[in-house]
Ligand binder design. Structure first.
Ligand code: ADP
Ligand code: MG
Length: 363
């Protein structure tokens, strides 16, 4: 669905930074028979030109989040502003077709009987001819589609179809573009390059976009910021770097990247763990028993007959290897090692933890 009505300030070529999406205490509730789902409460904002990913397991509310913005679902409470205009509050309900939102779904749903040119201008077919031709020219240039305008969708590669779908979505200059798992039907080996390409085009067009995915690699790779959803709750909104290095909840810590949680006990200025003592952090004083997040790259291991760890599994990842190490308590640690390291199963290792900062959760 692409809508075409726009306010003056919602032109994508306007460079002044502003808030394009604003959720104020938004809550959504769905109930049918025994089934219940709640999303929110959420208060958050999305800046112009920002590429935000929504990441979460299946059923966590990602699509519902987009539907709230598009006006295809209505919150039970709260306020939504799009491009500094209230589109939902207790007394306002702006309909989907008047929200100036562009949507792109996983099956690009190009019209098979229309040429690339006709597909692209579909949402602006009622524009003046000159304006329409100028917009088409801009888009064919930006997306490298000039040589394909007279082809039909089935004559294009997957990547080209994707660019046509994006051109069609961008044509009416939506204030925000919503992409719901745009690459989920694409083969894994192509997905990463198409994701990069899509990101580059969105950035080049100066678009504000929200990209839904359940694939954390894709989200970490692409997004300026990520909203992590879990069972309808916003767990954290942060940059990929912050989410990986400073997860605020245990869910985020375990969902993003690999982590194990090592039991520890707070004692004076330190945390005692099975593999040694870690330095005290003032923010931990509220709980005594805790779990310390350990990433595979935090674990330094060296083979040694007196080491307390035993290599019990190894996975070869091409550029590196992931070793699983068993501790005497039965606790396991993960450790990444360069690809040339070759430790047989059963090797005893000494372990040191090299933590840049300590992330811990109460047990
Ligand atoms: P995701 O996109 O993260 O997989 P969704 O937003 O599609 O999750 O769905 C979240 C939950 O909300 C699901 O359990 C879904 O069935 C339910 N849900 C929300 N709104 C509706 C609706 N209007 N009709 C049916 N199910 C809904
Ligand atoms: Mg979904």
């Amino acid at each position: 669905m692409v809508t075409t009505i726009q306010s003056k300030k919602s032109q994508t070529d306007d460079q002044s930074p502003r808030e394009i999406v604003r959720f104020e205490k938004i809550q959504y509730a769905y109930r049918s028979g025994k089934k219940q789902f709640q999303l929110g409460p959420m208060t958050l904002g999305l800046q112009s030109h920002e590429l935000m990913a929504i990441l979460g397991p299946s059923g966590s509310g990602k699509t519902t989040f987009l539907r709230l913005i598009a006006g295809l679902a209505m919150p039970s409470t709260g306020t939504i502003e799009l491009d500094e205009r209230v589109v939902f509050d207790p007394s306002t309900r702006v309909r989907a077709e008047h929200r100036n939102v562009g949507m792109m779904f996983q099956d690009h749903a190009l019209f098979p009987h229309m040429t690339v040119r006709k597909n692209i201008v579909f949402g602006i077919r009622q524009w003046q001819k000159d304006d329409r031709e100028r917009r088409l020219y801009e888009l064919e240039d930006m997306l490298g589609l000039r040589d394909y305008l007279d082809r039909y969708p089935h004559e294009l590669s997957g990547g080209q179809q994707q660019r046509v779908a994006l051109a069609r979505t961008l044509a009416p200059k939506p204030s925000v573009v919503l992409l719901d798992e745009p690459l989920s039907s694409i083969d894994a080996d192509l997905r990463s390059s198409l994701a990069q390409e899509l990101r580059d085009v969105l950035k080049q067009a100066g678009t504000t976009a929200i990209w839904v995915t359940h694939d954390q690699t894709e989200a970490l790779d692409l997004a300026d910021r990520i909203i992590v959803l879990n069972e309808g709750k916003v767990e954290q909104v942060d940059s990929p770097w912050e989410l990986y290095n400073n997860p605020k909840t245990r869910f985020v810590a375990s969902f993003i990247g690999h982590a194990v949680f090592l039991p520890g006990r707070l004692k004076g200025q330190t945390i005692l763990t099975e593999v040694g003592t870690l330095n005290y952090l003032p923010c931990l004083q509220d709980f005594e028993d805790l779990e310390v997040m350990i990433r595979p790259d935090d674990v330094k291991a060296t083979p040694h007959d007196a080491g307390i760890g035993t290599i019990c599994k190894r996975q070869f990842w091409g550029s590196m290897q992931l070793y699983t190490i068993n501790l005497p308590s039965g606790q396991r640690l993960l450790s990444t090692q360069p690809a040339h390291i070759n430790w047989p199963l059963g090797t005893q290792v000494r372990i040191t933890l090299d933590l840049k900062s300590i992330v811990a959760f109460p047990t």
